[in-house]
Design a protein around this ligand. Structure first.
Ligand code: OSB
Ligand code: MG
Length: 368
């Protein structure tokens, strides 16, 4: 695995919908893309850190700085035994897992393409399609919520997740549950609550939710454990799991009973697989979360979701939901709630170079 050169591209994609969560409103997505050039093949990845540190602490500018000045200079011109060895070359750096994951994930794609196998197969996955649900932003009122849920249920999505925040929780859940008594329904608070809201969260126990995602602080496990002891509904950890060690502590404490695995949040595919394996050992289901990825990150997510412990539908919905034009040539579309795994080596998608270079706000090349 020799790294001859690298490219960084940053594009801005307008979202087709207004995505409101407990931490703000999003109408576009800034997508940093990394291309690693190996022996006759290229590996692709996407950064999922955001413009502002609202979800977790990493930012796009911070990641670009690290890639340009710290990570890429250590990798260019070097040879590694495999993607994990390449990731180990960055092992002395703390935190910044999403930035490091950009390098690691591109290395996995490159490695799988060199070996001419789909990435999912290389990771140990055995599925050719994965079950998907959809994550729906906060709507203006209950009627609009029921309406948007209906449209996505009709499209076949296998789980509906509603974003909630204090003051907008029981009302939308009650309205949706009355209209759709049998759907698999979940909520995601993105850390908007504290233990003082226990009563409000307990009220959600009436609605048969599959789980409540990350109600409490992004860096907390202890209060989540207290809350889990007071609820019937399982908690699902998202923000507060940045590693397999965090997953072990969270499951051992009973801070949650389900884990949302986001490959970049935990630092890449190798660590995501360790989270998966650990959750399996605890008998806890996992599912693959999303960060409104373009086709590059979406394809990575689909491949990871082929591992056997991903027994709940992920957030990796159809690319056409998000944008008019994607950065990859291949359509990533779910049918009846099943997303086909792109066939072909690596992540199985190719960059739409014409489109990406036309709209790129950053386009840089790196050589040893
Ligand atoms: O908490 O899962 C989350 C998007 C951005 C940041 C955090 C989250 C999300 C989503 C969207 O829920 C999932 C998707 O459609 O990609
Ligand atoms: Mg979440």
């Amino acid at each position: 695995l020799r790294i001859h050169a690298a490219e960084l591209l940053v594009v801005r994609l307008p979202l087709k919908f207004r995505f409101e969560t407990s931490f703000g409103v999003q109408t576009e997505k800034v997508v940093p893309l990394l291309v690693l050039h190996g022996d006759g093949v290229q590996g692709l990845s996407e950064g999922t850190m955001e413009f502002a540190p609202m979800y977790r602490e990493e930012t796009i500018v911070g990641a670009l700085h690290l890639l340009r000045e710290v990570f890429l200079p250590r990798l260019l011109g070097q040879t590694f035994a495999n993607p994990e060895a390449l990731h180990d070359a960055l092992g002395s750096f703390r935190g910044n897992r999403m930035a490091r994951a950009m390098v690691e994930m591109a290395a996995w794609d490159l490695w799988a393409r060199m070996l001419n196998v789909p990435l999912g197969t290389l990771l140990g996955g055995r599925r050719n399609s994965v079950e998907v649900g959809v994550s729906l932003g906060i709507q203006p009122d209950e009627a609009a919520t029921v309406d948007v849920v209906r449209r996505h249920v009709e499209q076949g999505y296998r789980r509906i997740k509603l974003k909630i925040r204090p003051g907008w929780d029981v009302q939308p859940v009650r309205a949706v549950r009355e209209a759709f008594p049998d759907i698999r329904l979940t909520v995601d608070a993105n850390s908007a609550y504290t233990l003082a809201d226990t009563g409000r969260l307990r009220a959600l126990d009436e609605y048969g939710l599959t789980y409540i995602e990350q109600p409490l602080a992004w860096d907390d496990l202890v209060d989540h454990a207290t809350l889990q002891g007071r609820l019937r509904t399982p908690l699902c950890l998202d923000e507060s799991v940045a590693s397999a060690q965090d997953a072990r502590k969270g499951l051992a404490l009973d801070a949650g009973r389900v884990i949302n695995v986001k490959v970049a949040r935990v630092g890449g595919h190798a660590e995501a697989r360790r989270v998966h394996d650990l959750a399996q050992a605890f008998g806890a289901p996992v599912w693959c979360g999303g960060m409104l990825e373009s086709g590059v990150g979406r394809a990575h997510n689909i491949h990871l979701s082929t591992l056997p412990g991903f027994t709940l539908p992920g957030d990796t919905s159809s690319a056409s939901r998000y944008w008019e034009t994607d950065v990859v040539n291949e359509p990533l579309e779910a049918h009846d709630g099943l997303m086909p795994v792109p066939t072909g080596p690596g992540i199985g998608v190719t960059l739409n170079r014409d489109f990406v270079e036309r709209i790129a706000e950053v386009q840089e090349e790196f050589h040893p």
